[in-house]
Design a protein. Sequence first.
Length: 403
Amino acid sequence: MNTETELVADGFRYWVDSWPRRATKYQRWATTPEEAAELVLDAEDDPQNWPFISVYSFPDGHTKDGNIPRIDRLFIDLDVPDTGDYRGSDRGDPTAAWIRDMSKLLVRARKVARFLLKTQSPESWQVVLSGHKGIHIDLVFPPISTSNGDFSQFINGLNAYTGALKEYIIEATGLDDLEEYIDVDSSDLGRMRRVPNTKHLGASKAFGEDRFCVPVTLEELATLRPADYIELTRQRRELDARFKPTPNEKAAEVLTQRIRNASSSARSVGGATYDRSRVKRYEKNANDNITVDDLDFVLSDRPCIMAFRDRDDAFAHRSQSHMMEMYVITHMMDKNVPIDTMVEFFRGLPEFEEDYTRERIETYISLDYSPMKCETVWQKAPTFCLQDSCGIWVSENARRERA
C-alpha cells in the first residue's frame, strides 16, 4: 500500500505535470511534486487553509502580473446548486438532503459521461470526485504556445472555447439546466483546484468521517450513484494507467484558432469590456483620503455593506457571498475608494486571501462595472439584505405597496 505522500504524488503525476505552480489556499510557490505534496498535506487538516493546486503552471510568472500560464487543459466543476436542499438553511437531515441533491447532480453527470464516452477521444477526459458535493471534469490537450496571442487573447479565446464546449455538451445531452450545475471553469487563468487524493476537511466534518478527493474513470462516472460516491471518497485511491490522459490534438487546434482570432488588449465578459489600463486610471483618480474607518460614513446609505464585514459567515454562502462581494466592491468603486482600502475592508474576514481579493477588485475595475443594484442582492443574495434596517429596502417596498 502506498503512503499518503506517494498517493498525493500520483495525483500530481496524472493531473499536474509541469511546474512551478501555486499550492494551497495561500498560493505558495511549489517547484516540484514533492514540495507541493508537503504543502498540501500540511493544509489537509487546517480549517484556514485548503489543499489546492493551480490548474496551470506558470513558467513565465503568475497571471496577476499579466503572464500567460501553460494552458494544457480545461477544468469544469460540476456542483450542487445553491438552490438545492443541502445548501439550504432548512435542509433537515443533512445526509438525506445531500443524497437528494447528489442524486440530481449525478443524473446529469452520468449523462455527460455517457456522451463523452461516445466521442472520438474519451481518453482525453479526466474525472475527480471532490469528496463532498462536486465533480471535476478535465479536457486535456497539448500545451498551447504563448506565441499564439497576448494575455487578453488567451483569456478571450479560452472563454469562447469554454462557452462553445458547454453549449455543445448541453445540446448533445439535452440537459437544458446543466449550466445551473457548472460552478466554475478554468477560463480564469489563475484558477485553483483541489488535489486528487487529498482530504476534504469540510466533507469530513459534515459527515463525521474522513472524506477524500479521488479520481474516477469516465466509465465509473457513467454509472455512479450517491452510495458509490460515498464509498469511493472514504479513502485515498491508488492510481493506474487508466487515469493517464491522452492529450486531445484536435482540441488544441480549435483552441489555438480561438486564441489567434480573439480580440487583443480588451475582452468582452457578459457585455462588459475588460481593459487592464483602467486599473491605473482608477488608482490615479481614487480618493486617497478614504480609509477603512471612513467607509461607515461613505457608505452609510447601504448598511448591508458594513454588516457584511461583521459576519463570521460572509463567505459561507457560495454564489450569494460572491454576489454580495461584488456588490460591496462596485459600490466602493463608485465612491472612488482606493484599492488598498478595499483590500483592508475584507482583511480579517474568514477565508480572506489578499492576492485573490486584490485580483477580484482589479478585475471589476478592468471591466468598468457599475454599482450593482440593490434589487440584485434582494433576488440573488437575500441572506445579506437587512430589509427593515435599510432605508432603500423600506422605501422600495412602500413604493410597491402604493403602486
